[in-house]
Structures are given as structure tokens and as C-alpha cells.
Design a protein around this ligand. Structure first.
Ligand code: KG4
Ligand code: ZN
Length: 346
């Protein structure tokens, strides 16, 4: 089975060809960061126009690199949500058109499910497993029971973890996107010079909160102004360490909750753009070793947004007998666990 994947939910235009033997035949990601940088964040209208400008060419490139014809495709998988609606429509319409013209299956993929299943492309990870999903728009702990079957244990009650990185970087004058910039600056910083809070640590449950951390950083930045390079590094290190403490504490709680219901040692999977962070990968590896659980984190390029994971989610869904009609809608919001508390961030 060979599937073409398309990703356009935010500021990466991406296409990939993947097969069911887990071979990535071709992949390409075009980041729009340079176009959004002057505005300090993603501008939806610019993102949608840029997807239109580049997607067709990118698809042509991966098809050529994979060395296959469109008639060889078993399916086309496109991200249908959640994300910025303009970009989603561009990718979805393109995917539907290719599927219609070449009479192959179409799969409307949930971007969060693509992140959730990405670890099964790069290694054998049987269901069920515990998932820490950390990205620009989400911060959740979920039990992944199977394809399309998710149970949410906790989510953020305010900002997503990627937002904490991005807003923190903005305050420190490190620009956009913030995650990689904070990681680089923190490498030479002293994490103990500034004291930042660890919201919700030690509290029951598996929810997250990052708003208080952001406010505390604002105050620290004001008190330390004007910032020299060493101070920026120290503040970045303090922020990254506080985020690491919060993620580890909440994941520890989730592992305990998960284990209370299941005797077998769980596998912990971490996915989403923030999982590209080396420091956090090391912290979570230490946590997993201490807790005696297997840890699986896809390589960094498959943690940040890409179409390889979308193609793979398409394969998993086709294998599970799930496909979509050509009238599948784009969805700005699309929670993985529809039964999770109403009103909470998806
Ligand atoms: O999964 P993703 O590419 O897009 C969404 O689905 O949101 O995640 C993007 C987020 C951004 O907030 C970005 O700053 C963060 O992932 N990120 C990182 C790193 N690389 C990307 N955060 C921390 N450290 C990194 N190295
Ligand atoms: Zn993502």
C-alpha cells in the first residue's frame, strides 16, 4: 500500500510518499518561517497563500523522487484539522482532487492523530500506549487504545507548551519560532539564576498550565532589563527547565493513573514539535528509565510538522478499514477524544 500525505495545517507546507512496509519513499517540508518572522508569529492569510504557491510543486517533487506514477497510489491522505482553516482547505482540496482524478482512496487525517501514530512508523509500538502530545497548539496526555481510539487523561487549562516557548522567546528578543531559539540560548545558560514557578506540580490529575510561568517570565525580564546575552541565556535555561519539570511531573502522574488500570508495563510515546527539544528528550528519557517504562520519541524531523506522519496515519486508517468521502470537511477544531470535558482546549 502506497499513500501520498499532505500537510498544510499551520506554517509548514509538506508532502510525502510512504508505504505500508514503513518505507518513506520521499518527503519534503517547506517552512514558511521567513514569511511570518516579520510579524512575530504565524499570519493565517499569509500561510494559506503560501501553501497555494508551493504545494503543487512539492507534491510533484516527492512523486518524482519516489519514482511512482499517480496511478500507483492506493490513497491520498490530507490533514483536515485541527489548524488554520485557510491552509487546511488548500491541502484538503488538493488531496481530494488527486484522489478523484486518479480514482484512489481519500483519507481526511486528524493532525493530532498523525502526531500520535508517528512513533509506530519509526518503530514497533503496539497499542495501547501512553502519549504525551506537546506541540504549538496542544499539550495533552492521552491513552492511545488504537487507531481512532483515544482517551484523554489531561490537557492544558490555558496555553499550550509550544506557546510557552514561542511567547518566552518573543519576550527574550529571540524571535520566531521560539522553541529552537530557546533551546539554543539555554545551552549556555544557568537555570538556577532566576526562579520561575512550576504550575500545577504535585497537584492531582494530569492537566497542565503555563500561563503563570509566562507571567513570571515577564516580571523577571522587566526586573533584569536591559538584557545582555548571558542574562537571556539564563532566562531561557530557567524557562526550559521549569517546562521540563512540569512535563515530567504531569507525565509521572499519568503513568501512575495508567498503571493503576493496567498490569503491563506501559510504553510512553512523546510526539509533537516540542518533542524535538533535546533537553526535554533527555529529561523524559530519565523519567522513563526511573519509572521502568519504554520510551519512544520519533526523530526530531518527524516531531515537528511533516507530511510523512500524515501519510502514515492514512495507511493506518486504511488498514483499519477507515476511509473518507470526498465531502469530508476541514475542521479548525477537532479533539482526539470527543468525550473529554466540554469547553476544555482540544
Ligand atoms: O507540531 P508542531 O510543528 O506544530 C503544531 O502542530 O503546533 O509544533 C510547533 C511547536 C512550536 O511552538 C515550536 O516552537 C515548538 O513546536 N518547537 C520546539 C522545538 N522545535 C519546535 N520547542 C522546543 N524546542 C524545540 N527544539
Ligand atoms: Zn503539529
Amino acid at each position: 500500500m502506497i499513500v501520498l500525505g499532505i500537510e498544510t495545517s499551520c506554517d509548514e507546507t509538506a508532502a510525502a510518499v510512504v508505504d505500508d512496509s514503513r518505507r518513506i519513499r520521499a518527503e519534503a517540508v517547506l517552512s514558511q518561517t521567513a514569511e511570518h518572522r516579520p510579524y512575530g508569529g504565524v499570519v493565517p492569510e499569509i500561510a494559506a497563500r503560501s501553501h497555494i504557491d508551493h504545494l503543487d510543486r512539492l507534491i510533484g517533487e516527492v512523486m518524482a523522487k519516489a519514482g511512482i506514477a499517480y496511478r500507483d497510489l492506493d490513497g491520498v491522505a490530507a490533514t483536515a484539522g485541527p489548524g488554520l482553516i485557510g491552509g487546511l482547505i488548500v491541502g484538503l482540496m488538493t488531496g481530494k482532487a488527486i484522489a478523484a482524478v486518479h480514482a484512489c482512496r481519500f483519507i481526511a487525517v486528524n493532525h493530532l492523530e498523525a502526531h500520535a501514530l508517528s512513533a509506530r512508523l519509526t518503530g514497533a509500538v503496539p497499542f495501547p500506549y501512553l502519549l504525551l502530545l506537546i506541540s504549538g497548539g496542544h499539550c495533552q496526555l492521552l491513552v492511545v487504545e488504537g487507531v481512532g481510539r483515544y482517551r484523554r487523561l489531561g490537557t492544558t487549562i490555558d496555553d499550550a507548551v509550544g506557546e510557552a516557548f514561542d511567547k518566552g522567546a518573543k519576550m527574550l528578543g529571540l524571535g520566531y519560532p521560539g522553541g529552537p531559539a530557546i533551546e539554543a540560548a539555554a545551552a549556555t545558560g544557568d537555570p538556577d539564576r532566576f526562579e520561575l514557578p512550576r504550575p500545577l506540580i504535585g497537584r492531582p490529575g494530569c492537566d497542565f498550565s503555563f500561563a503563570g510561568l509566562k507571567t513570571a517570565l515577564v516580571h523577571a525580564v522587566r526586573a533584569a532589563a536591559p538584557l545582555d546575552a548571558a542574562t537571556v541565556a539564563d532566562l531561557a535555561a530557567a524557562l526550559q527547565t521549569a517546562i521540563g519539570d512540569v512535563l515530567c511531573d504531569r507525565t509521572r502522574h499519568a503513568l501512575a493513573t495508567y498503571r493503576a488500570a493496567r498490569p503491563a508495563a506501559p510504553t510512553l510515546v512523546v510526539a509533537g514539535g516540542v518533542a524535538a527539544n533535546r533537553y526535554l528528550r533527555d529529561r523524559l528519557a530519565a523519567l522513563a528509565a526511573q519509572a521502568g517504562v519504554t520510551l519512544r520519541i520519533p526523530p526530531p524531523r518527524l516531531c515537528t510538522d511533516n507530511a510523512t506522519m500524515v501519510a502514515w496515519a492514512g495507511i493506518e486508517r486504511l488498514q483499519a478499514g477507515l476511509g473518507d468521502r470526498l465531502d469530508a470537511p476541514a475542521r479548525a477544531r477537532w479533539p482526539l477524544d470527543p468525550a473529554a470535558a466540554p469547553g476544555a482546549k482540544a
